[in-house]
Design a protein around this ligand. Structure first.
Ligand SMILES: Cc1cn([C@H]2C[C@H](O)[C@@H](COP(=O)(O)OP(=O)(O)O[C@H]3O[C@H](C)C(=O)[C@H](O)[C@H]3O)O2)c(=O)[nH]c1=O
Length: 179
């Protein structure tokens, strides 16, 4: 696997190296030595996956201290546009976002550090996204930013969102989750 920095410190693209043979395919997603060499956490507290219809947007999610976490995200099946927003008030990239195509063809993953809000748009039916987080879910520490409030133009006409995601407050410089 190869690691590629992005314009946002703490956000790393991981290029997995799939193995294929007559049986099918094989993808290694976490490797202690490789992660340690990059200074990334390789031990996670939780892992889960979601299955999304086409045109679903999930996000923008994060957890605040003391249960803020790093998040490793990759697509098992299907395709997404994954969007990360920097909500660290003192970061030079505060309010900046990065959108990355992750799918079962390019086998890219994202390592998303603390203080970054995460969301994605599914581009295919039954898209499976797997997440690993370095802390467990703590409801009292869950936060969100309204999906269409920070300048990214999602390429979808009529997205499907949860009521929770629709109800988040718009991104504003008054929010200081990660001051
Ligand atoms: C995250 C989580 C969820 N749940 C339950 C709560 C709901 O009954 C159900 C779906 O949860 P939610 O609607 O928060 O899931 P998403 O909207 O897909 O959020 C996820 O997708 C976005 C893009 C992310 O980055 C989040 O890390 C991740 O939470 O699973 C749990 O029981 N434990 C958990 O840790």
């Amino acid at each position: 696997m190869k690691f590629e920095p992005t314009d946002i410190a703490g956000l790393t693209v991981i290029h997995y190296q799939p193995f294929a043979d007559a049986r099918g395919g094989f993808v290694k997603t976490i490797h202690r030595e490789s992660f340690e060499q990059e200074g990334l956490e390789w031990q996670f507290a939780e892992s889960y996956f979601s299955i999304s219809a086409r045109d679903v947007i999930r996000g923008m999610h994060f957890q605040v201290p003391p249960h803020d976490h790093d998040k490793l995200v990759h697509v098992v099946k299907g395709s997404i546009i994954d969007v990360v927003l920097d909500i660290r008030n003192d970061a030079p990239t505060y309010g900046s976002w990065v959108a990355t195509l992750l799918n079962d063809e390019n086998r890219k993953a994202l390592y998303i550090g603390k203080g970054l809000a995460h969301g994605f748009l599914s581009l295919e039916p039954d898209t499976i996204v797997e997440y690993h987080t370095t802390t467990q879910q703590h409801k009292a520490c869950e936060g969100g930013v309204l999906w269409n409030s920070f300048g990214y133009e999602w390429p979808v006409a009529a997205p499907v969102l949860s009521e929770r995601d629709k109800g988040f407050a718009a991104f504003s410089h008054a929010q200081t989750w990660f001051a």
